[in-house]
Design a protein around this ligand. Structure first.
Ligand SMILES: C[S@@+](CC[C@H](N)C(=O)[O-])C[C@H]1O[C@@H](n2cnc3c(N)ncnc32)[C@H](O)[C@@H]1O
Length: 217
């Protein structure tokens, strides 16, 4: 159901299932980084898969690895609907993963260890306490040289990267005072505490970043 023509990579939502235009806009630029950074990865855990739109785009284009989706259970019917519309042999149904109460989820049918973790647009949604939990869990889970790849908006030393990100941050905080765009330097510090060293930082369209952390001894 996808057209790989470089000019037309639009996915169509299954009927009645939520669709994210942001995912449509950012999936190809993110994929290009993943193709480079995940060359040696075999089994990737995605945290906060959301609609599942990223996973159905990435998995068939990263066929050397398996892609394990996860999110809080309330999202699973949406992810499953996208997976049913765009199945791929290396794409796995979502595991229940709520950072506030769970440990890193394991797929009993495929208990292979993860050598990479990917998460998009989650750090500004979850509380700062859960950001720290995420880095702690991932730091304890990844093998040496394993990668954590994070996509989203970040502030730089307290400064917004754009007026639209400032507005976005205000709207996030009005909706939930625990949410908000994180400071790059704070995230790097938390990562370092958990043996995750920033190895690459990519500027992405719409004032977003991809941060790649690598597990060190
Ligand atoms: C803004 S959405 C991002 C979804 C998708 N990754 C994307 O880029 O479109 C944030 C995601 O974080 C998930 N999330 C929120 N709280 C969470 C928690 N406590 N544990 C795990 N995931 C959580 C939400 O369910 C949602 O899927």
């Amino acid at each position: 159901m996808f057209n790989d023509d470089a000019n037309n990579t639009q996915s169509i939502a299954p009927e009645g299932v939520p669709f994210s235009q942001a995912c449509e806009n950012n999936k190809q630029p993110i994929l290009e980084i993943l193709q480079k950074e995940l060359q040696d990865a075999t089994h990737v855990l995605e945290v906060g898969s959301g609609t599942g739109q990223h996973s159905v785009y990435f998995a068939p284009r990263l066929t050397h690895l398996t892609w394990q989706t996860s999110d809080v259970s309330a999202h699973h019917h949406i992810i499953n609907a996208w997976h049913a519309a765009y199945p791929a042999p290396n794409l796995y149904a979502p595991l229940a993963f709520d950072l506030s109460c769970d440990s890193i989820p394991i797929n009993k049918a495929n208990p292979t260890s993860y050598d990479a973790v990917f998460t998009a647009n989650t750090l500004h949604i979850i509380s700062w306490a859960l950001v720290k939990t995420l880095f702690e869990l991932v730091g304890n889970t990844l093998p040496l040289e394993g990668k954590l790849i994070v996509y989203g908006p970040f502030n730089d030393n307290g400064l917004y990267s754009s007026e639209s990100n400032r507005q976005f941050d205000l709207s996030l905080r009005q909706r939930d005072s625990n949410s908000g765009i994180r400071d790059l330097q704070d995230v790097i510090k938390v990562a370092q505490k958990n043996k995750l060293q920033l190895s690459h930082q990519y500027s992405m369209p719409a004032n977003n970043l991809i941060l790649v952390f690598q597990k060190q001894s």
